[in-house]
Design a protein around this ligand. Structure first.
Ligand code: ASP
Length: 459
């Protein structure tokens, strides 16, 4: 069985939905389809994702306004899709009624009422598609994650999957119909609607693939493949035919947004390959994400970059000999609610790399006070506006001199690197630098590892 997930741009209007359905119908193994909410339309500029409009209804309500404009936009969108698919208007009317009801019951301070409304984007896609497939004479049905038992809960502020989910969803493997399953949300043990973070339909697809022991998890999007560098940074970067789960996870973590980074774990444990494909170019090879690479033709598989990091640098002579000091420092960070990314250490120093948004000035002040009062740490420097660049590749581990090449490539461009962090398993190298150096650094590294003749692995 194949579980196939379609992203919002693949479902943005009736013609895209028809294309998606023809892809599903082409292969009888495609028995479970997971759908996002309708995304941005190519021919409507500017356009908004249905999920964004639903979120804007929440903001408007919170501000004491009635969000009439947004509600009307969604109604028009749903009626337009129903009409384009040749479906009776009543389906769109019923969905709009549900949305208006949830909007009027909304308590912006109550997360489950917010999530129930936001989930309606996915519910709408899935119900319209199920009705369309039925109208064409196919055996298809809408399955609601809340009834099927996709059980989730909040942990800190994150949404986590409860183990019973997999057992609850396993019977779907026996289906002889096409199941149309809305992505992005599930149900709490108390029976409330709960969503993942943005882009979370990828996670739903991965959960289903794992629960039904799918042979393959297809993730259909609007790009031909994953590229070695985000096209925002390098316009015509090489496409990647194959990546390992680990490479994808590392890259997704800081910026490769093609698939949600939490969508890897459910399929990794079952060793189910993911195939990223383009809905509008189904014959192009796409990118396969698998457990072990079958061939490694480059040392570096991808380069990811992200801005808005900062480092908190602490100095004290021989700090590395103080038993337990790291744990005390990190406890203060944790107690202030700061999420730590990397902790490179030296003999006399400890640096803590975090996202800049985690350190507004009042938190910085509180942090400095506590470090001083509780640990006597007074030499504290905060460096803001840093960018992270990450070189990722299974080939890095077995190749001598990758770091030297990376540093030389950047040195030739007079780029000064603030910090280097190596992964113990050696499939990634992280460089921190000032924000204004980021683009030149990405270009230099891309030239070094992808464009010059030495990019192919020698050993
Ligand atoms: N519709 C949701 C979003 O826009 C979830 C998804 O598309 O995966 O984030």
């Amino acid at each position: 069985m194949i579980v196939c997930k379609f992203g919002g741009s693949s479902l943005s209007d009736a013609s895209q939905i028809k294309q998606v359905c023809s892809i599903v119908l082409e292969n009888p193994e495609r028995k479970i389809m997971v759908v996002s909410a309708p995304g941005v339309r190519k021919n409507v500029i500017p356009d908004r994702k249905v999920t964004d409009i639903l979120l804007s209804i929440i903001e408007e309500t919170d501000a004491g306004r009635d969000a009439i404009e947004d509600r009307r936009l969604i109604e028009d969108r749903l009626h337009g899709i129903a009409k384009g698919l040749g479906l009776p208007d009543v389906i769109a009317t019923d969905l709009s009624t549900d949305i208006n009801r949830l909007a009027s019951q909304l308590d912006p301070q109550n997360r489950s009422t917010r999530d129930a409304l936001v989930a309606m984007g996915e519910v709408s896609s899935a119900q319209l598609i199920a009705a369309y497939l039925q109208m064409l004479g196919h055996r298809a049905r809408y399955v609601d994650p809340r009834e099927a038992g996709l059980t989730l809960t909040y942990q800190a502020s994150a949404t986590v999957i409860l183990p019973e989910t997999y057992e609850n969803l396993a019977p779907l493997s026996l289906t002889d119909e096409i199941i149309v399953f809305p992505g992005f949300f599930g149900v709490t043990p108390e029976g409330k609607t709960i969503t993942f973070s943005r882009g979370g339909s990828d996670i739903t697809g991965a959960i289903l693939a794992a629960a039904v022991n799918a042979r393959l998890y297809e993730n259909w999007t609007d790009r031909d493949s994953v590229f070695a560098v985000n096209p925002e940074f390098i316009a015509d970067a090489v496409p990647l035919g194959e990546m390992s789960y680990r490479e994808m996870r590392e890259l997704a973590y800081i910026g490769f947004s093609i698939i949600h980074h939490e969508a890897l774990e459910p399929v990794m444990t079952k060793d189910i390959p993911i195939h990223i494909k383009n809905t509008n170019e189904p014959s192009s090879p796409g990118t396969r994400i698998i457990k072990e690479r079958t061939h490694i033709d480059r040392i570096v598989t991808g380069i990811a970059a992200a801005d808005n990091f900062c480092s908190v640098n602490l100095r004290r002579i021989l700090i590395n000999q103080e038993v337990g000091i790291l744990s005390k420092i990190l406890t203060i960070f944790a107690e202030l609610g700061i999420n730590v990314h990397h902790v490179p250490t030296g003999i006399d120093s400890v640096s803590i790399v975090i996202r800049e948004e985690q350190l507004p000035l009042e938190i910085e002040l509180a942090l400095r006070q506590r470090l001083d009062r509780e640990l006597g740490l007074r030499q504290v420097t905060v460096v803001r506006q840093l960018s992270i660049i990450m070189l990722v590749g299974e080939g890095i581990r077995d190749t001598v001199g990758v770091m030297a090449r990376a540093m030389t490539a950047m040195a030739k461009e007079q780029i000064s690197v603030e910090m280097v962090i190596l992964d113990y398993f050696e499939i990634s190298m992280v460089f921190l630098m000032r924000h204004y150096e980021r683009q030149r650094a990405v270009s230099a590294l891309y030239r070094e590892f992808f464009e010059n003749g030495l990019s192919l692995q020698a050993n």
